[in-house]
Ligand binder design. Sequence first.
Ligand code: SAM
Length: 248
Amino acid sequence: MSHDNITTNAPAPNQPAVLDWQNQQPYSAEYQDVYFSTENGLLETEYVFLQGNDLRQRWQQPDLQSFTIIETGFGTGLNFLCTLKLWLATAPPQAILHFISTEKHPLTLHDISCALTLWPELSNYNTELLAQYSCLLDGKCIALYNHRVRLSLLIGDATEQLTQAQHRADAWFLDGFSPAKNPDMWQPALFEQMARLSHPATTLATFTSAGFVRRGLTVAGFLVKKRTGFGKKREMICGQYAGAKNDS
Ligand SMILES: C[S@@+](CC[C@H](N)C(=O)[O-])C[C@H]1O[C@@H](n2cnc3c(N)ncnc32)[C@H](O)[C@@H]1O
């Protein structure tokens, strides 16, 4: 499937997101898409990204030292906060979570604060994030929960940012607006960067099951499988890096 003729109304890279609020939920004015499922964004994150990467089980190894997640599209930070909560509950205390997220249009502090009021069950975890959010926007890596968690935002287009990255991912959260609304992001060049930054135990999960995403990930070296989707979505994708043909 070619997207050569598809254009979006997206703002220039690195400009703050412009939100519409629909039924108190954030909605992207430019991409005309939701930030998370209107059925239940929090349960969607737990199902798609946490369970899709089998994180609870993988974090219960007593000798775990560190774990790196790379995400495309930080958005409201919901995925991050759900991950942080699970990490604190399941990972051994000496282990460090590195959460690295790319974001082309960061929310303003005001908008992210409003969006996160939707999740009272995460309010205990929001405080440290919001207190340091401006440092994140300045490109600084922030430490949370007594250095058990480190968070960095790579501000700009995901593919461009990952091309310069050297971090090795243990799991990918392939988020971003839907491939139909944001085709520019879901390109082979992104999947190639994901492969470059993966190792044989690296997993991925994404809410979409679009055929060209499945095929692109497969060509890049991921073993991809479909799984029942969240809510009204029939299917989603998860997978593991299988290695490029010329990997040693
Ligand atoms: C569906 S939202 C992500 C929701 C988010 N994970 C959360 O927990 O709220 C999609 C995000 O991807 C970002 N985005 C869109 N295109 C991008 C690109 N090419 N590179 C990086 N981020 C992008 C958008 O600005 C938006 O914040």
